[in-house]
Design a protein around this ligand. Sequence first.
Ligand code: NAP
Length: 256
Amino acid sequence: MSKLLEGKTALVLGVANKWSLAYAIARAFTREGARLILTYQGERQKETVEELAQELKAARVLACDVQQQQEIDQLAHTLRGDGGRVDTVMHSIAFANREDLSRPFIETSRSGYLLAQEISSFSLVAIARATSPLMTAGGSLTTLTYLGSARVVPNYNVMGVAKAALEATVRYLASELGPQQIRVNAISAGPVKTASARGIKDFSKVLEAVAQHAPLRRNTDPAEVADAAVFLASDLGRGLTGNILFVDAGFQIMGL
Ligand code: NAP
C-alpha cells in the first residue's frame, strides 16, 4: 500500500517526550514515509529528543528555541543546505507561566501575557517566515490549538487568549501563503495529559468533563490527532487551508 507522505520532508517542532502530541505526530509521519526532521529547545532537551529521534528514524535533529530569532534563522539556513526543500511543518509549541494557569485571569502579569503570546502565537509567524521559502513545491503548515480560544475553560486563562491569536494567525498566514500553494491549518485537539497540560490547575477535571459529555463519551487519543495531522500534511488535505479542524471526540458541538 502506498504511504501518504512518501517523498515529503516533514519538520516537527515540539517533541519534548513520549507524551508530547508532537511525538505521536512524528511517529505517524514516519509511518507514512516522511523524511523527518525534529527540533529541540535548549541543551536540556537535546539528549532526550536525540534518543526519541533515533527511535523515530528521524534524519536530523536541530536546535530551535522559538524565543531566539538567531536559532530560527540558523534552522532555516541548515534546512536550505540540507536538500533545501521542506514540504510540511508541524508547529506543536506553547508555553505560559504556571501561575497564570492557576490564579484568576485578571491577575495575569504583563510579562506573563507577552510570554504566552510570543511562544504560543508569534512563533507561528516566525516559523512560517523562515520555512515558507523552503516550500518550493507548495506545502503545509499545521499548528495545534484548543477550544479555550473561543470558550472559557477554567484556568486555561492566558493560554486561551494566546490560542485565539494563534487561530487568527492561521487565517492571515493562509491568506498570504495560499498563492504559493502553502496551506495553513490548525488542529483543535481535545484535552490530553501531557507535560504542558499538567501545568493547568485542575486539568484532570477537564478530562473527566469531556469523557462524560463529548458525543463519543471519551477523551481524545493522541493517535487521532496524529492521523488528522497526516491528513492535513498529505495530498488528501490539498483543498483545506485556514481551517480549525476539531479532533476532540465531538466535545466542541455541545452547549451543555
Ligand atoms: P508538550 O509535550 O509539553 O509540548 C509543548 C512543546 O512546546 C514542548 O516540546 C516544549 O519544549 C515546547 N516549547 C515551549 N517553549 C518553547 C520555545 N521557546 N521554543 C521551542 N519550543 C518550546 O505538550 P503538548 O500538550 O504536546 O503541546 C503541544 C501543543 O498542543 C501545544 O501548542 C498545546 O497548546 C497544544 N494542545 C495541547 C492539548 C493538550 O490537552 N495536551 C490540547 C490542545 C492543544 P520544552 O518541553 O523543551 O520546553
